[in-house]
Design a protein around this ligand. Structure first.
Ligand SMILES: CC(C)(COP(=O)(O)OP(=O)(O)OC[C@H]1O[C@@H](n2cnc3c(N)ncnc32)[C@H](O)[C@@H]1OP(=O)(O)O)[C@@H](O)C(=O)NCCC(=O)NCCS
Length: 159
């Protein structure tokens, strides 16, 4: 029998700062001082940060920012970060959170989502490709510690 997923999504609050900082240090620090960078993003009012939970337990977070609403033309969402606790990776949590962030972006009328991910981050590359993101371009020395990155994007067609 299939196990039903029972994830809960909620906006991050002040009390989540430590969780986000620690998880960022665990999963992003090889690219730079992301535990600080991510907290600085969090403090920007325009950044939407969501937590995914299961049975009152935080599993991960994601952040996105939307470009300004244009009078004409479409809106784009930029996924700044997505991170899942290492012990909960590879069980569909990231996919569920990414789908939730796409839904949030659609509610703000975004028609496209884009992101950057490190060229050497093979799990993330597979993850985003499986979710329908396509590679747009390459940029060397993108991260504070010098790694190259790939820009990826996905059209957010109505479901
Ligand atoms: C990338 C990340 C968010 C994926 O989250 P996750 O919960 O482990 O991913 P899921 O279990 O939902 O996987 C969905 C699909 O992505 C792909 N995928 C995920 N992890 C993978 C890995 N380690 N190797 C290869 N493919 C992978 C698979 O196709 C998978 O589907 P499948 O399990 O049916 O084969 C997670 O690994 C993570 O937090 N990594 C550290 C932070 C990071 O690099 N974030 C991305 C850049 S901001």
């Amino acid at each position: 029998m299939c196990k039903m997923e029972s994830f809960i999504y909620r906006p991050a609050k002040q009390k989540d700062l430590e969780f986000i900082r620690e998880l960022s240090a665990q999963v992003f620090s090889r690219y730079g001082n992301y535990e600080e960078i991510v907290l600085a993003w969090l403090e920007q009012g325009a950044v939407i940060t969501e937590i995914i939970m299961e049975q009152n337990y935080n599993l991960g977070f994601a952040m996105l920012v939307l470009d300004r609403q244009k009078v004409l033309g479409s809106r784009t969402a930029h996924l700044l970060a997505i991170g899942i606790l290492p012990e909960h990776q590879r069980r569909g949590v990231g996919r569920a959170l990414l789908e939730h962030m796409e839904e949030v972006a659609r509610k703000y009328n975004a028609v496209e989502m884009n992101l950057w991910t490190a060229v050497d981050n093979e799990p993330a590359l597979s993850f985003f490709q499986k979710a329908g993101f396509e590679i747009e371009r390459f940029e060397s020395y993108y991260y504070p510690k010098g790694q190259a990155a790939l820009a990826m994007s996905k059209k957010l067609n109505c479901k």
